[in-house]
Design a protein around this ligand. Structure first.
Ligand SMILES: C[S@@+](CC[C@H](N)C(=O)[O-])C[C@H]1O[C@@H](n2cnc3c(N)ncnc32)[C@H](O)[C@@H]1O
Length: 223
């Protein structure tokens, strides 16, 4: 499927797949959405109360925007994050090198951006005192994560309309099993059936205001 770069309303770029009629981020603002959903209501909500390092599992590494913003947060708040991102369909260099995230976030993050994208798949490496990363090139359904070690899941699959199987019980059970007790799954999605699935598995489900252009987002806590 052909992927192309587009600009979102906050001036940050994202990727669009026309065949799926789906963007990697909200058209209202890629950075704005990622900051609101994953950083402020995810990482920011646990960073002062969690033991360090914080372990993050990202479902759908994609452009690397969430990892980049997590690194920025870790550096600014002097914390350490161990990050694992799984991705079935890596973004080609030709495309990710045209993303304007460094322009928008700050040139001091350019080394991190290149390090992250150049890192070999399946190797866990440290960037600095604040961040280490492993990228897994695999379909989530074939990956067996370490159990009960993650503080946060950034669940950033395509939406239920484009990828309904990603929001069903078996995938969400996998997320439940890799979280620590009290760990949180964070997502932009607020679909009713998805939230009922989370509750059925045993998550405590909280609806929070969504980013601009979206009424709600979801936080699910592993009780
Ligand atoms: C909505 S995009 C978000 C990407 C990323 N978080 C970002 O900020 O750019 C969804 C991502 O999930 C990936 N993906 C979809 N299905 C997957 C699967 N079964 N296993 C692993 N990755 C998958 C896609 O290739 C895509 O990169």
């Amino acid at each position: 499927m052909k992927r192309e770069l587009i600009l979102t309303n906050d001036g940050s770029s994202t990727i669009r797949i026309n065949d799926l009629n789906e963007n990697y981020h909200s058209g209202h603002g890629a950075i704005q959405e990622a900051m609101h959903v994953f950083i402020q209501n995810g990482l920011g909500s646990i960073s002062s109360s969690s033991d360090l390092p914080i372990r993050v599992f990202e479902m759908g590494l994609g452009t690397g925007l969430n990892a980049l913003l997590s690194y920025q947060y870790a550096k600014e708040n002097a914390i350490e994050i161990i990050y694992l991102g799984i991705e079935a369909y890596p973004v080609e260099k030709e495309l990710y090198s045209k993303l304007n995230y460094i322009e928008r976030i700050g040139v001091e993050y350019v080394d991190f951006f290149h390090w992250m994208h150049d890192l070999k798949w399946g190797v866990h490496e440290r960037f600095d005192d604040h961040f280490s990363l492993e990228k897994i090139h695999q379909d989530l359904s074939k990956y067996n994560p370490e159990l009960s070690i993650y503080d946060l899941v950034y669940y950033d699959a395509f939406g239920p309309r484009a990828q309904s199987e990603m929001w069903e019980l078996n995938k969400l059970e996998k997320m439940f099993s890799l979280l620590k007790p009290n760990g949180k799954l964070i997502t932009y999605c607020a679909q009713g059936q998805f939230k009922r699935n989370l509750k059925q598995i045993g998550f405590d489900v909280v609806a929070l205001p969504g980013p601009p252009g979206k009424r709600e987002m979801t936080v699910a806590i592993k009780l």
